[in-house]
Structures are given as C-alpha cells and as structure tokens.
Design a protein around this ligand. Sequence first.
Ligand code: HEC
Length: 112
Amino acid sequence: MRSLRACLAALACSLLAAGCATVGGVLTSRGESIARAQCSGCHAIGAVGESRSPNAPPLRRIGRQYAKTSLAHELEAVSEVGHYAMPPTSLSPDEIDDLVDYIQHIAAAPTL
Ligand code: HEC
C-alpha cells in the first residue's frame, strides 16, 4: 500500500512537471491556457459549452473536422494572417502543437 501511494505521488508529480493537471476529470494543459487566453473570447474552448461569438464554432467541433496535420496547418494560417474578425496572433510552433493536442483532446472527450 505504501509503495502504491508513493508511486501515485510520483506519478502526480511527473504529470505536474509535464505541465498537466487534472481538474474536474478533464486534462488541462498548456494548450488549454493558450486557448483560454487567445481563443475563448469567441470560441467555446471546453468539452461542453457554447461559443461567445455565435459565428465561431466551438474548438471541439473544429477538432472533429480536421485531421491532426491539417489542424496544425489551419492553426498556422490562423496565426499568420488571422481569420475573420480575429487579428493575427503570434503562435509559436510549440504553442500550435500544444493547441492541436488540446483541441484533439476536447474533441475526443466523452462528455459531448
Ligand atoms: C475575434 C473572435 C475570434 C477569436 C479571438 C478566435 N476566433 Fe477562430 N473563428 C472566429 C469565427 C467567427 C470563426 C468562424 C467563421 C466562419 O466560419 O464563418 C472562426 C473559425 C475558426 C476556425 C475554423 C476555420 C475554418 O475555416 O474552418 C479555426 C481553426 C479557428 N477559428 C481557430 C481559432 C484559434 C485556434 C483561436 C485562438 C488562437 C481563435 N480561432 C480565436 C472568430 C475568432
């Protein structure tokens, strides 16, 4: 039992170190904080919920529309030229990777 606890504690620490924590059963990540900071003004960024801007599809729906590579290309385009009412954002390749992971995560979430 003791070793199981120690093992779980070590696991929790390594998850935190990797920038991940579980909140309300949903995996949060750097991708989520980017989405929260830069996309949530218009898009719903959770596994549930409506977008603030009625024209902006929830990110989870975008996640279901695009395969992983095309989603990354799409986000590069969004980052370079902006889209619709959204000004260009400066997303680094790492941030795009994180966003792609997050968007695919919420798109696959069972709570839909
Ligand atoms: C100022 C509002 C606004 C912000 C902020 C915003 N978007 Fe959007 N986005 C929109 C709207 C509106 C649409 C849908 C336009 C349409 O389809 O007519 C859209 C569509 C998209 C699409 C789909 C494009 C397509 O053609 O399928 C992607 C991908 C996307 N947004 C990604 C993002 C990401 C990632 C962020 C954060 C980095 C973000 N958006 C922030 C307004 C916004």
